[in-house]
Design a protein. Structure first.
Length: 156
C-alpha cells in the first residue's frame, strides 16, 4: 500500500496526505462516511483546556474527554469521529473507567472477517473477538469505551 494517499471524487481532490493521517483524521464528514470504518455522532464542544491538552465533547447525552482541539471554540457543533476498531465493549457494570463511556442498545450482531461486528443504536459499530462476545451475547445494552486518544472532532 502507498505511503501517501489522495482521495479524489469526480476529478476533485478531497484530501491528500500520509496514509496514517488520511485513515485516522479524515478532512470532513463525507470522507469519514465513505471510508466506512468510523463511528460518527453529533457532538458539541463543552470544554477546551489548552494547558492540559484536553477537551470535553457532549455526545449522545454523555461527556467524552479527548485531546485538545486547536482552532475550535466552546459550543462548536460537529461530529465525533472514532474508528470502529478503537471502541472497546463491556457489560454495563464492568466498564474499565467511568470516563468516555456510551451505554447503547444492541441492534444487530454479525460475523465479520475480523470477528464479531456489533451494531448499536445511533449507528455505532464495534468489532470484537468471537470469544469475548460470547460473554456478552445475552445483554441488550452494552457499554462502549472510547479511549481519549481515539477521539477526533470534525467541525461542521
Amino acid at each position: 500500500m502507498a505511503d501517501f494517499l489522495c482521495l479524489i471524487d469526480r476529478g476533485m481532490f478531497l484530501q491528500c496526505g500520509p496514509k496514517e493521517l488520511v485513515f485516522h483524521r479524515p478532512a470532513n464528514l463525507e470522507i469519514a462516511r465513505s471510508m466506512g470504518i468510523f463511528n460518527l455522532a453529533p457532538a458539541r464542544i463543552e470544554a477546551l483546556d489548552p494547558s492540559e491538552g484536553s477537551s470535553r465533547l457532549k455526545v449522545l447525552g454523555h461527556e467524552l474527554c479527548g485531546p485538545y482541539l486547536p482552532g475550535h471554540l466552546l459550543g462548536d457543533q460537529g461530529y465525533l469521529c472514532v474508528r470502529q476498531s478503537e471502541v472497546a465493549v463491556y457489560a454495563p457494570q464492568t466498564a474499565k473507567s467511568p470516563l468516555n463511556q456510551l451505554a447503547l442498545k444492541v441492534v444487530g450482531v454479525t460475523s465479520s472477517p475480523r470477528g464479531i461486528r456489533i451494531e448499536f443504536e445511533n449507528e455505532f459499530v464495534a468489532l470484537m473477538s468471537e470469544a469475548d462476545y460470547q460473554l456478552l451475547r445475552d445483554k441488550e445494552r452494552l457499554t462502549l469505551y472510547i479511549p481519549e486518544g481515539a477521539i477526533y472532532f470534525i467541525g461542521k
